[in-house]
Design a protein around this ligand. Structure first.
Ligand SMILES: Cc1cc2nc3c(=O)[nH]c(=O)nc-3n(C[C@H](O)[C@H](O)[C@H](O)COP(=O)(O)O)c2cc1C
Length: 416
């Protein structure tokens, strides 16, 4: 207890024991007397997100979190748990949100912001927004009460807003279907598996489907302990086997024999990455970079870019958020190749902070799955629309009309 607090307490005790202020009510009155300023209130106390009442249509959503409540009601508990869960104590998952508060924006005034340009160019294609859809496996399980479209619904939504989409190796829909819905090739995310023969086959198939860019995920090489999933799973009354027993392989593995193969890739090294790089004309990014050392190695090993990510807190419970790592990663990698980022992005201001640090684009994972799980394509469309609008308004307020004009002067770090 500091000395001010100690003497305040002493004074209250004195007042309370005084015959003039007998009884506890008097002591409280004394407290008010000492501190006449009302305790600060937070406006969110009066208008919190009601987690018991889901929105009925996408237009009702005020921010992206409204979709989480609706998705929670729609998606079976086991599937919702799989999506929501991180690792162990969820320290990294929480840090992914909380650490945005370590950084502030530095708004500038009197710049003409009547026209906002959020266009971004990546590997010869122009997107209307720097917000992209991260690869998320098995999306049919997440829109189960809507229309079973899986990754095709986000693709159609990404087409409406002209966003980049990355399709998971473990997607429940094929590259062919998703490209058709998006109207242009999406990026392919590669899980290499423990077999280089299978890796080669996956790369060949991606090329054959017209893929121009491939992101190799390098942060899921070991096991993981998804306790949140295990606990939520217990609340599901259905038997997993009833649905899963007839499920065939994912489309990526439709013609690949994976018997005896570790679907993770504990044997993945820089040597494997170089071999993949040398076997394809596709642009190659690594997804899951979280330290400056690995960022430097990406540049040295001729990667075309990389994605700063901790897999949305699902890889290891390191406690290190993506956003906290970004400034030192940018310092190490320079601006030689595009640096994308994901994990915890939920607000236009989150995106703006990362862009100010030097990121080229920011990915969202769970938020668009909340949209998918509540209203299918229309839900994803609205999630993207909300984030686009927030970013545009934030750019206006900060005095930057064009993404290209954003510099590190737009942010500052306030704590380590
Ligand atoms: C349910 C779920 C499945 C995922 N599947 C994959 C995957 O197949 N491949 C991959 O590289 N990342 C996968 N990720 C990680 C995302 O691509 C992304 O890094 C993460 O979701 C971003 O964090 P956010 O959910 O906080 O936005 C998955 C994430 C979730 C939540």
């Amino acid at each position: 207890m500091d000395t001010r607090e100690a003497s305040r307490r002493k004074f209250i005790q004195f007042i309370a024991s005084s015959p003039l202020f007998a009884g506890s009510t008097a002591a409280l009155a004394a407290d008010e007397f000492i501190s006449p300023i009302p305790k600060p209130t937070d406006p969110l106390i009066w208008a919190p997100l009601d987690t018991t009442k889901a929105i009925k249509n996408p237009k009702e959503a005020i921010n992206v979190f409204d979709f989480e409540v609706a998705a929670r009601q729609n998606i079976p508990p086991s599937h919702f748990g799989y999506m929501a869960a991180g690792i162990d104590d969820e320290v990294t998952l929480r840090a992914n949100r909380a650490d945005f508060l370590k950084f502030q924006l530095r708004p500038r005034r009197l710049n003409d912001v009547s026209k906002i340009d959020t266009k971004v160019e990546l590997f010869g294609r122009t997107y209307s927004s720097p917000i992209f859809l991260c690869p998320i496996g098995g999306q049919r399980a997440m829109d189960i009460n809507v229309d079973f479209q899986g990754e095709v619904a986000p693709a159609a939504a990404a087409k409406v807003g002209n966003h980049l989409q990355i399709l998971s190796t473990h997607a429940s829909r094929s590259l062919k279907d998703v490209n058709a819905a998006r109207g242009q090739p999406v990026w392919f995310q590669l899980y290499a598996t423990s077999s280089f023969e299978i890796t080669k086959q996956l790369v060949k198939n991606a090329e054959a489907a017209g893929t121009e860019v491939m992101a190799i995920t390098v942060d899921r090489t070991g096991g993981r302990n998804q306790e949140t999933l295990a606990r939520i799973q217990k609340t599901d009354t259905r038997v997993c086997e009833d649905c899963h027993k007839d499920r065939g392989p994912r489309p990526s593995f439709a013609e690949i024999d994976t018997k005896g193969v570790n679907m993770l890739s504990p044997n993945l090294t820089w040597d494997t990455i170089r071999r993949i790089r040398d076997m394809t004309k596709m642009k190659i990014l690594l997804k899951g970079i979280i330290t400056p050392e690995d960022a430097k190695l990406c540049v040295q090993n001729g990667m075309d870019g990389f994605i700063v990510s901790n897999h949305g807190g699902r890889a290891e419970d390191s406690g290190r958020s993506s956003i906290d790592s970004l400034p030192e990663i940018m310092e190490a990698a320079g601006k030689k190749i595009p640096v994308l980022i994901d994990s915890g992005f939920r607000r236009g201001t989150d995106v703006l902070k990362a862009l100010a640090m030097g990121a080229t684009a920011c990915g969202i994972g769970r938020p668009y799955i909340w949209g998918l799980g509540s209203f299918g394509q229309k839900g994803v469309e609205r999630v993207l629309e909300i984030l686009r609008t927030e970013l545009e308004v934030d750019m206006q307020q900060c005095g930057v009309a064009d993404l290209k004009k954003i510099t590190p002067a737009l942010y500052r770090r306030i704590s380590a």
